[in-house]
Ligand binder design. Sequence first.
Ligand code: PMP
Length: 328
Amino acid sequence: AEWTERDGWSPPRLKPFGDLSMSPAMVGLHYGQVVFEGLKAYRRGTDAVACFRPADHAARLSRSAHRLAIPALPEDSLLTAVDLLLQADGGCLPDRPGLSLYLRPVLYANEANLALRPARRYAFLLIAFVTGGFFSDRPDPVSVWVGRDYTRAAPGGTGSVKFAGNYSPSYAAQEQARAAGCDQVVWLDPVERQWVEELGGMNLFFVRGSGRSAQLITPPATGTLLPGITRDSLLHLAAGHGLAVREEPLSIGQWKAECLDGTINETFASGTAAVVTPVGTVRDGAESWQVGTGLAGPVTLALRDALVGIHTGRAPAPEGWLRTVGLR
Ligand code: PMP
């Protein structure tokens, strides 16, 4: 779909996958006026696929667009685009457990102009590819490295939306984490540099206590972390499992102390791509510590199973979470 000042957004239509042509003076390329989403669809037998919470992803895309002064795409347009693409190509998703279709909507400034003002022409596109690998019964834990040299988000910045430019500035920290032998960067708050916020593309959860007194904690979304749709889904499912759920700040010092004394015995990350992934070890400079046994704990596995059950159609989904599309 395209947006012009005269006509607004055109309805989305299906086109064969191929290269885009672009002016060398395209605003999106020079100034990064680009926002996106990431969502998934899962096979439903031979003749349908089900897309997970597309209306919520459309609402977040609108928030992101608003922050980047991009004219709001009608939320129905994303749903229409999802329907068109899945009807036509959903059949390329093999009917095998563990596989899903990752859908990537992008909204970008498409005007040739080097002026420093919002573009006067935009485009919307949606692409999809088959992905998988997150459905083993025992998900592999990741190791995380506390980023101290850079910040991911700034107060008043773009950290709470899916702005394209949030991601490339984190690559340098990601390289540092890899050099330290870790899989992911833990981002701290940008002001006091002590509150644990999230990973590069996943939210974080901590399990304090166990059994009936277990509490699930996730950092509050106060502007510098991205409020994930998976995070929201897990908060909902955890409450249904009788877990006490709290959005509460946790400092890096507390995380370490409570892992060492066994108060926090599980930590996991959540996201559309990662689903629910256990965090096994944390490295902060010269120090490192293990979370619980270093493997996926019972709360992590139970919540993951509850979410995967909804994805795969094994468990009923709350009202409005799934959009089922028939294949052509
Ligand atoms: N934080 C960041 C920075 C992300 O990019 C993502 C992925 N969209 C998430 C958290 C998790 O969000 P969601 O559950 O909506 O995929």
